[in-house]
Write a protein that binds this ligand. Structure first.
Ligand code: SF4
Length: 180
C-alpha cells in the first residue's frame, strides 16, 4: 500500500484558532476513481439517497474540505452498500480505481492512491478538469454507464457541476478560468 506522498502545493496544515479546543479535522473519504467522478457531478445518480448524500459531499468539497483517498467503498458509495445490485466491491470497480490512481499520479506527480491526502482547491480542480476534458485521465471511465453524460458535461465546459471552489463562480468553471 502506498503511504502518503503529498505534493507540496496541495498540503494544507490543519490549524485551530480556538484558544483551548482543537478543532477536529473533517475529511471526505474518496476512492481513487471518484476523484474523476466528482469533476462532473451535477446532481444525478443511482438513487435519491445516493444523490442527496453526494450533494452534501460536493458542498463539503466546494468548501475546501480535504480528501483522504481510501481503498474500496467510500463516502460516496455509502448509501449504495445496502442495495442488492451495488457494484462497489466488484473487481471491475477496483480496476477502475487502479486506472484512476495511475492517471492522476501521472498528471499531478503526486500520490493519488489509498492514504493520499488532497486539497480540492481551485488549481487542483482546474488541472483535473482540463485533463478530464481532453481525455488524458479517462481510462478509468471505460465501460462506465455514466460515460456519455460525463463526456457531455466536460464538452459543455463543466456546466452545472456542483464541486466548485469557494470564490469561483459557475461561469468561471465553464470558461476554464478557475485559476486564482
Ligand atoms: S464516466 Fe463513470 S467513472 Fe468516469 S467520471 Fe463519469 S461516472 Fe466517473
Amino acid at each position: 500500500m502506498l503511504g502518503p506522498k503529498v505534493a507540496s502545493t496541495h498540503i494544507r496544515p490543519i490549524v485551530s484558532h480556538h484558544p483551548t479546543i482543537a478543532k477536529a479535522p473533517m475529511t471526505v473519504h474518496l476512492r481513487p476513481h471518484h476523484l474523476l467522478c466528482m469533476l462532473t457531478f451535477v446532481g444525478k445518480g443511482y438513487t435519491v439517497a445516493f444523490t442527496e448524500n453526494y450533494i452534501r459531499i460536493a458542498t463539503r468539497l466546494s468548501e475546501g474540505e480535504d480528501i483522504l483517498v481510501v481503498e474500496g467503498p467510500d463516502d460516496v458509495c455509502a448509501p449504495m452498500l445496502g442495495e442488492a445490485d451495488n457494484h462497489c466491491l466488484c473487481d471491475s470497480v477496483t480496476d477502475r480505481d487502479k486506472k484512476a490512481t495511475e492517471a492522476v499520479e501521472a498528471l499531478l506527480g503526486m500520490s493519488a492512491g489509498p492514504g493520499a491526502q488532497i486539497v480540492p482547491d481551485a488549481d487542483f480542480l482546474r488541472r483535473m478538469r482540463e485533463a478530464f476534458g481532453d481525455g488524458t485521465i479517462r481510462d478509468a471511465c471505460q465501460r462506465c454507464e455514466w460515460s456519455p453524460l460525463c463526456t457531455g458535461i466536460a464538452a459543455s465546459g463543466f456546466d452545472g457541476v456542483l464541486v466548485v471552489p469557494l470564490g469561483v463562480s459557475q461561469g468561471m468553471v465553464q470558461a476554464g478560468s478557475e485559476r486564482q
